[in-house]
Structures are given as C-alpha cells and as structure tokens.
Ligand binder design. Structure first.
Ligand code: ZN
Length: 381
C-alpha cells in the first residue's frame, strides 16, 4: 500500500525541484527531501526517479466515453472509449458527455459507463443533458439530476451557434444555467453549464447576452470548441478577461490558439483544454451537406501539452491548462490536478523529453514504460 517515489523532479504544478513523494493508500502522504524508507514493510515499493519528471495526471473535461456522433448515419456512430485509451495518454480524470445524439444514447448508459471506468481505476464525472433543449435528464430536470446523481457536475454539452442545435432561446439557456447552478449549490458541486459552440456566426454572443440580461454567474458557464475561428478566440479572450473560463478542443489548432489567447491577455488560469475524445468530428460543406467524419482522441491533450512546452510555456504553465485549472474550476483542488499532501495519487511520470513513462491513478500503476498494463474488462491486452 506504500509507494515511495525517490529523487524525481516534481512539478506540483509549480516546480518543486528534486523531491521524494510518499504515497499511502492511494493518496499523496508527503513530499519532502530524502524521505527515509520505512523499514520492515513488505508492501513498500520504491520507484527511483533518475532524472525523470513527476507531475499530476491530466484532467480531460470533455470526452464522449460512450461514443457519439452519427452525423453520417448509423454506421458513423463512434465507439465507446476503453480504459487504456484514456490512461496511456496521462489522463486520470475524465468528464463524460453525451453530445449530438441524445436519442440512441442515454444518460443512464453514460453514468453507467462512467461508473465502469471508475471501477477499472480512473476518476470520472459526467454532465447531464445533451445538445438539444429541452435537454434529456434522468430525474425530472437538470437541477434534480445535479443534486441527486453523484456523477453529474452540471449540464452539457448544450449546443449553441450550430446547425445541429435546437436554437435555444435566451430564456431556455438561462433556465438550464440556473438549474445547473442551484443543483450545484444544493449538491455540493460546481454546477456548470457547458456549451458546445458551433461554427455559427453568433459564436458565444448568447452567453454574453445571458450575462448582460440575467443573474447567471459567469463562473457557472463553460463554452468549448473555442479554437474554431479567430472570432471565437477573440470572444473567448473577452470572456476570460471578464472572469469567465474558456475551453479549447485539443488538436492541430489548439497550441497556436492558446498562445494567441495568452498574447491577447487572457489569464492563464481561465484557459483549459479537452480532447473531445471518441466524439465525431464531422465535416460539412458550406451548404451543410455531410462530407466525412473523423473521431476525436484523448491523445491530442498530451500532444498539445508537449507542443505548449516546446513553444516556450513552462511545464508548470502547461500543467495548469491540462489539469490544474480544471481542478480549481470544478472544485476538486484538494484532490486533483496537484501533487500535494492529501491529494489523490494521480501521478504522471515523463522522461526529460516529455515522453510518457508511467501513469498512476489513485496509487495504482496503469501505464509502465509508456504502455498500458491495466486494461478495461473487455479490452484485449
Ligand atoms: Zn461538441
């Protein structure tokens, strides 16, 4: 039950220098110089650092754990995610979303899939709802879902500015956001309204209207896919400067987009990145005709993390964007996104070239030498 990580360069995310980290019963017990090895304990495991880097596991706040999409018909419904597709890229906490298809995929399946991944070893949460408004729920409304169902931390992804949205009115968006907020207050959760922002020319104007015309607090709103266009990025920078948060979907545009937002003065603490893993990435022509489909991967968060460091961010800064900011935003700062005493032992070890070596989730080794060693129930190793 005891693990002692000796002589690692620890990023907590702040750079702590070379330290030892003691893990007991799935949690970080102590971080110090030269922790002596407890004698006479047969269960003690010592892992020596030898120049490697130890950091908190990534938090991926937008994953279609159940699969998603289907915009090209039934044969294009994307598959469920497996445990090792998540862990092998350093992610130890995910938030599951339903997405476009709230008809053939249900919230009941979503939370059960989240429970399965939790039993297999990682930490999971979900949003109630889907693209459409009125949005699906398990109880009679969003508020009750967030209060009563442990996995739900808010509502989303609700689609705005998209030809696949249900064109929600401002009143409908406001009601969803307030139900998530009050559900969060009574349920002891963040109570987030998470918005899929499509390519429509309004961008996040509906959210700016909501903030101007209602009492919805800015910290309860989280738009994603914000790297879609320069206009959206500029709106995101504006929201972040107002005290809001913006989420950027990982991938080929994300690194440049984040650097742009920082240059334009968006506070680093208000930017997060998520993978859209196992979601569909449908392509439409300018007339809205479906022309093809890709599938998102959790891998992209790791790729963007490396790119951000190569582009000049410190490891500490990049770690904020892939986990520490999410932990603070969702109210998990004591458990997640940090290497500190009392936090869950979600530990990511990389070599000096930022290649993933080991991933530990709640004190259990899931990945070794870059390869998964723990697999989901029906995965073939
Ligand atoms: Zn989306």
């Amino acid at each position: 039950m005891l693990k002692l990580f000796k002589n690692f360069r620890v990023y907590a995310p702040e750079d702590l220098g070379i330290k030892d980290v003691l893990v007991a019963d799935g949690r970080i017990a102590e971080i110090a110089d030269n922790i002596p090895e407890p004698q006479g304990l047969t269960s003690l495991q010592v892992i020596s650092g030898e120049g490697r880097i130890l950091m908190p596991g990534f938090i991926d706040g937008h994953v279609h754990i159940l699969g998603g999409g289907g915009e090209g018909g039934p044969a294009t419904r994307t598959p469920e995610i497996t445990l090792s597709e998540i862990t092998r890229w350093g992610v130890t906490t995910v938030i599951g979303v339903l997405g476009t298809d709230g008809t053939t995929r249900s919230l009941e399946s979503l939370i059960t899939k989240a429970k399965a991944l939790e039993l297999e070893g990682i930490t999971t949460y979900c949003y109630t709802g889907a693209y459409e408004v009125p949005t699906p729920t398990i109880t009679k409304n969003v508020r009750d879902d967030v209060i009563l169902i442990e996995k739900f931390i808010g509502v989303g992804e609700v689609a705005i500015s998209d030809h696949r949205s249900s064109m929600p009115s401002l009143a409908e968006l406001g009601r969803l956001a307030m139900e998530a907020r009050v559900g969060g207050l009574l349920g002891g959760k963040a109570g987030i309204a998470h918005f899929h922002v499509g390519p429509g020319e309004e961008g996040i104007n509906p959210l700016f209207d909501l903030l101007a015309q209602s009492d919805v607090p800015i910290q309860n709103l989280l738009p994603t896919h914000m790297a879609r266009s320069k206009m959206l990025l500029d709106q995101g920078v504006c929201l972040a400067k107002m005290g809001g948060h913006m989420d950027i979907t990982a991938g080929s545009k994300a690194t440049e987009a984040i650097l742009y937002c920082l240059k334009e003065g968006a506070p680093l603490e208000r930017i997060t990145i998520s993978s859209d893993g196992n979601g569909s990435l449908p392509r439409f022509d300018e007339k809205g005709n479906y022309i093809g489909l890709g599938v998102g991967s959790v891998e992209t968060v790791y790729r963007n993390f490396v790119e951000l460091v190569q582009a000049g961010l410190s490891i500490s800064e990049a770690l904020h964007i892939v986990g520490h900011n999410q932990a603070r935003f969702f109210g998990w700062a004591d458990q997640k996104g940090s290497i500190k005493a009392g936090a869950d032992a979600d530990i990511l070890i990389m070599d000096e070239n930022l290649q993933i070596d080991q991933v530990w989730a709640k004190g259990r080794k899931m990945v070794d030498k870059g390869r998964p060693i723990v697999f989901g129930t029906f995965e073939k190793p």
